[in-house]
Write a protein that binds this ligand. Structure first.
Ligand SMILES: CC(C)(COP(=O)(O)OP(=O)(O)OC[C@H]1O[C@@H](n2cnc3c(N)ncnc32)[C@H](O)[C@@H]1OP(=O)(O)O)[C@@H](O)C(=O)NCCC(=O)NCCS
Length: 198
C-alpha cells in the first residue's frame, strides 16, 4: 500500500463486478459528459477472466474502503489500448494516476504487447503530461472522435521493449489475449462512439 495525500493508504487490485456501482460513481464525477454505462463495464470485465482473457481492469481501493481510482487496458494482436483511467479529485496529484498507468503497462507486457496506444482529448493537458512522462508520443489526431461534443482526440503510442517495461515486472496472463487486432480496434471505436471516451 502507498499513502495518498488525501489521507489513507491506497492499494491496487483487480476490478470485479461488485465494484461497478462504485466505479460508476467515479465516472459521473470524472467524465460527466460521457460516463460509461454499467453495461460497458460488465462487457469489459467479461473479457478480463478465463484462459482467453484480453482485458486488465484495476481499482485503487482506499484502506478504509471506497475507491480512489481505476483503469483498464485491452490487448489484441500484440497491441494494448488504455481504455480508461481516472483518479478521484481528492487523490489527483498524489502519483496514483502514475501507479495505475504503470500497472496497466505491466499488464500489457504480460499480454505480450509490443506497443500500447491510447486516445486522449486534445485539451486534456494533465493526462497528456502523465502519458508523455511514461514515454508515450503523439502519433495522430482523430477529428471529432468524442461524441456528442465532437472534440478531437490525440492518439499516443508507447513502444514496449521486448521483455516488457523495465524488464517486465508483470505476470503473464493465462493464455494470451491474441485476438485479431482490427476486430479489437473496431470494437474499441464502436465503444468510444457510444461513450466518447479516450
Ligand atoms: C489524468 C489523471 C488520471 C492523472 O492522475 P493523477 O493521480 O493526478 O496523476 P499523478 O499524480 O500521477 O500525476 C499528476 C501530477 O501530480 C504530480 N505528482 C505526482 N506525484 C505527486 C506527489 N506525491 N505529490 C505531489 N504531486 C505529485 C505529478 O508530477 C503530476 O504533475 P503534472 O500533472 O504537472 O505532470 C487524473 O488527473 C484524472 O483522473 N483526471 C480526470 C480524468 C481523466 O482525464 N482521465 C484521463 C483520460 S485519458
Amino acid at each position: 500500500m502507498t499513502a495518498g495525500a488525501a489521507g489513507g493508504a491506497v492499494a491496487l487490485r483487480e476490478m470485479r463486478w461488485w465494484d461497478i456501482d462504485a466505479v460508476l460513481g467515479l465516472e459521473a464525477e470524472l467524465f460527466p459528459e460521457d460516463a460509461w454505462s454499467a453495461g460497458m463495464f460488465w462487457s469489459e470485465l467479461a473479457g478480463a477472466r478465463g484462459p482467453r482473457r484480453s482485458r486488465a481492469y484495476l481499482v485503487a481501493e482506499r484502506e478504509g474502503g471506497g475507491l480512489a481510482g481505476y483503469g483498464g487496458l485491452g490487448a489484441a494482436g500484440g497491441t494494448g489500448d488504455v481504455m480508461t483511467l481516472g483518479v478521484t479529485r481528492a487523490y489527483q496529484g498524489t502519483g496514483l494516476g502514475a501507479r495505475l498507468l504503470a500497472a496497466l503497462l505491466d499488464a500489457a507486457a504480460g499480454f505480450g504487447c509490443h506497443e500500447v496506444l491510447l486516445e486522449v482529448r486534445m485539451d486534456n493537458e494533465r493526462a497528456q503530461r502523465l502519458y508523455t512522462r511514461f514515454g508515450f508520443r503523439p502519433v495522430g489526431i482523430r477529428r471529432g472522435y468524442y461524441q456528442p461534443g465532437g472534440q478531437d482526440a490525440l492518439v499516443m503510442r508507447l513502444e514496449l521493449p521486448p521483455g516488457g517495461r523495465e524488464g517486465h515486472r508483470g505476470s503473464p496472463p493465462e493464455g494470451g489475449g491474441e485476438r485479431h487486432r482490427e476486430r479489437h480496434r473496431e470494437h474499441r471505436r464502436e465503444r468510444h462512439k457510444e461513450s466518447g471516451r479516450e
